[in-house]
Design a protein around this ligand. Structure first.
Ligand code: PAF
Length: 282
């Protein structure tokens, strides 16, 4: 396969898109912040099956990080990313500068309710989804793809984007792809690179505890008992837990009672200075 071309501005992206549209070629978008791993590459491979052309955006979006978060140390590896993308058939990498995305005088943001206010990530990162939704809306409107691909690892993000695209009638199919995991169950994340070897050994406890709790719930145990046991296991392993919650998979609303289909378990926890998130179907 040929190496994807890096397009550094909206203007050059638009002229490339015009050529493809004139040739009636379908286009898929995979928005990323770079530091690509096999999870991202699986999204690109799926996008390549869906559309003739695939645009991968790489932009570490400043507006979705709070001032105390890891924006400046977020891993950046453009050259290695582009090499990885060659193997999965991405056509172009859209890599704009912050001044292209947010020029002087930029003053518009997307305001969200619904899944964005479910009391999960939003409780700990109150401005995060506004930044995500605004940049994703911009990317979708710049590319106007037939389909856009997002990982289920950021489950609340995916719900927020689906809601926004529906509410604003953005003409794109949003496709969620399953989380890619290490052999020991740890969900792939660019932030895993921050883990020390000791923390890396503990990290799979997060997914293992959720899987155990899900099995207990499916066996008829009460939500509270199963979640409390999982929370205790996670904290006694060395994590500081932000949340471990069971929610309706479609609305992210809290659930009560006993097992039924359509449940999702979501977790966020800090291990040293690294914050990890994960979720599973119950
Ligand atoms: O999931 C991510 O990497 C980011 O939140 C996204 C969707 C690329 C927006 O910056």
């Amino acid at each position: 396969m040929t190496k994807p071309v890096i397009l550094p501005t909206t203007a050059v992206l638009r002229s490339q898109l015009r050529v493809w549209r004139d040739a009636r070629e379908s286009v898929a978008l995979v928005p990323t912040m770079g530091a690509l791993h096999s999870g991202h590459l699986a999204l690109v491979a799926a996008a390549k099956k869906r559309a003739r052309r695939v645009v991968v955006s790489i932009f570490v979006n400043p507006t979705q990080f709070a001032p105390h978060e890891d924006f400046s140390k977020y891993p950046r590896s453009l050259e290695a990313d582009v090499e990885k993308l060659e193997s999965v058939g991405a056509d172009v990498v859209f890599h704009p500068g912050a001044d292209d995305m947010y020029p002087e005088g930029f003053a518009t943001t997307i305001s969200l309710k619904g899944p964005a206010t479910a009391g999960l990530e939003d409780k700990f990162r109150p401005t995060h989804f506004q930044g995500v939704a605004t940049v994703v809306a911009k990317l979708l409107l710049m590319v106007l793809p037939d389909a856009a691909f997002f990982g289920e690892k950021d489950f609340q993000q995916l719900a927020v984007i689906r809601q926004m695209v529906g509410d604003l009638n953005i003409p794109v199919e949003i496709i969620g792809a399953p989380t890619v995991r290490e052999d020991d169950g740890l969900a792939l994340s660019s932030r895993n690179a921050y883990l020390t070897p000791e923390e890396r050994a503990i990290a799979p406890t997060l997914n293992a505890s959720m899987r155990k709790a899900a099995a207990r719930i499916r066996d008829g145990e009460s939500f509270d008992a199963a979640l409390t046991a999982a929370r205790n296991k996670i904290t006694s392993s060395g994590f500081e837990l932000d949340y471990l919650e069971l929610r309706d998979a479609a609305t992210l609303a809290p659930v009560t009672g006993r097992y039924r289909t359509g449940l999702r378990m979501l977790v966020a926890a800090r291990l040293g200075r690294t914050r990890l998130i994960d979720n599973i179907e119950v």
